[in-house]
Design a binder for this molecule. Structure first.
Ligand code: ATP
Length: 357
């Protein structure tokens, strides 16, 4: 992990009137660049293999400059050019996945997040420890497959975007589908409606929904993911029928649709997010900026949180020009815009170092 002192030293050399916001050309980059531009920042798109021609189709989301590296070693070795341009990185989900957690930890450019959070988020046991010790209800975990007595979700470690996950109804069903050569975890299949809640925690804002430790929590938007092929599986009859024809359900994200919660659920949603933030400061110096609680709401109106993403998620993309929630705080602002606003405020108030690791 890059020592915090090293990042602070890099920031000491920056021209704070000329900060550039950069991210990898994928995921939510259109929104990040659009938001950064709105707040007056320069923008850089970083790429190795990503196609960047699509930016031509969206001039307001196009970065001012694109830097194309040969490979990850090239990217890691050439950080000086980014320092010269006063670059801060906005890490999105694909950024960390693409460069890998180890390189991300060691990348010598200031990033807007607490890099320590990654360890807690990417290890399912540690994530569970964090959230359950914050009093948050998660799907029940099974340590022994022979104890499966209800529908469960089997998740291979390192599987991304739900690819390779499967549902089993009992132990024989599990045995039929499992690939024992890969590590996996088993959890209760939560039946209900999925909501992906996009929160933003500002440690410095002192108005709005205040936390005990200080700072303010915002709910900026909510989405539901479109997942292939599980979303349309019902059209073929039962999953068992489909399996007989060699068609197995998968949970690969292909897009996102906007959602809102019934209003009476908002207090619970805020309490869960608040507890996750408060506990993060007790465990590992905190989580700030955008994060997403991935939840199922049961017919008892209880939230079960099956995952937390501690950076901007692609589910915020339907809200580039605002959302039913953001519009009640900052009309027309996206999560990308909110990130840029936070960085701008922190520069003005001398807090930039506190947000960068
Ligand atoms: P990402 O990193 O993109 O969030 P992932 O690979 O970590 O994806 P999850 O988000 O854990 O995968 O799960 C993928 C999908 O599987 C979810 O969006 C949801 O539809 C479904 N899912 C996951 N866990 C459960 C559960 N316990 N009960 C019901 N459905 C679940």
């Amino acid at each position: 992990m890059v020592p915090k002192e090293r990042i602070d030293k890099i920031l000491d050399g920056y021209d704070l009137n000329n900060i550039t916001i950069a991210t990898l050309c994928s995921h939510s980059s259109l929104q990040i660049f659009h938001g950064a531009r709105k707040m007056g920042f320069n923008t850089i798109g970083i790429t190795i293999s990503h196609d960047t021609k699509y930016y031509e189709a969206f001039p307001l989301g196009k970065p001012d400059e694109i830097i194309k590296y040969k490979d990850l070693d090239d990217m890691e070795a050439n950080v000086d050019k980014l320092h010269d341009k006063n670059v801060v990185i906005i890490p999105h989900g694909s950024f960390v996945e693409y460069v890998g957690p180890k390189r991300f930890e060691d990348y010598e450019v200031p990033v807007y997040c607490n890099r320590e959070v990654l360890r807690w988020e990417s290890n399912r046991d540690m994530e569970r420890q964090w959230l359950t010790s914050a009093g948050i209800m998660m799907p029940r975990a099974f340590t022994d497959a022979r104890e499966i007595n209800e529908p469960v979700m089997v998740k291979y470690h390192g599987a991304k975007g739900g690819r390779g996950y499967f549902i089993a109804k009992d132990y024989p069903d599990f045995k039929m589908s499992v690939d024992q050569s890969m590590p996996y975890s088993i959890q209760e299949y939560c039946l209900g409606t999925r909501y992906y809640l996009h929160f933003f925690y500002s440690p410095f804002k002192n108005t709005g929904y205040k936390l005990k430790r200080g700072g303010s929590l915002e709910l900026l938007s909510i989405d539901r993911r479109d997942e292939s092929n599980i979303d349309e599986m019902y059209k073929l009859g039962s999953i068992e029928d489909a399996k007989r024809h060699g068609l197995y359900p998968s949970f690969v994200v292909t897009g996102n649709t906007p959602a809102v919660l019934r209003e009476s659920l908002l207090p619970k949603a805020f309490t869960i997010a608040e507890n996750a933030v408060e506990r993060s400061y007790e465990l590992f110096n905190g989580m700030w900026g955008p994060f997403c609680l991935e939840t199922v709401v049961t017919d008892k109106l209880e939230f079960k949180v099956f995952e937390i993403s501690t950076r901007i998620v692609a589910g915020t993309n339907p809200f580039i020009s605002g959302s039913p929630y953001a519009d009640l705080i900052y009309p027309g602002l996206s999560t990308g815009g909110r990130i840029a606003m936070e960085i701008k405020e922190s520069i003005k108030n001398g807090h930039l170092k506190d947000l960068m690791t």
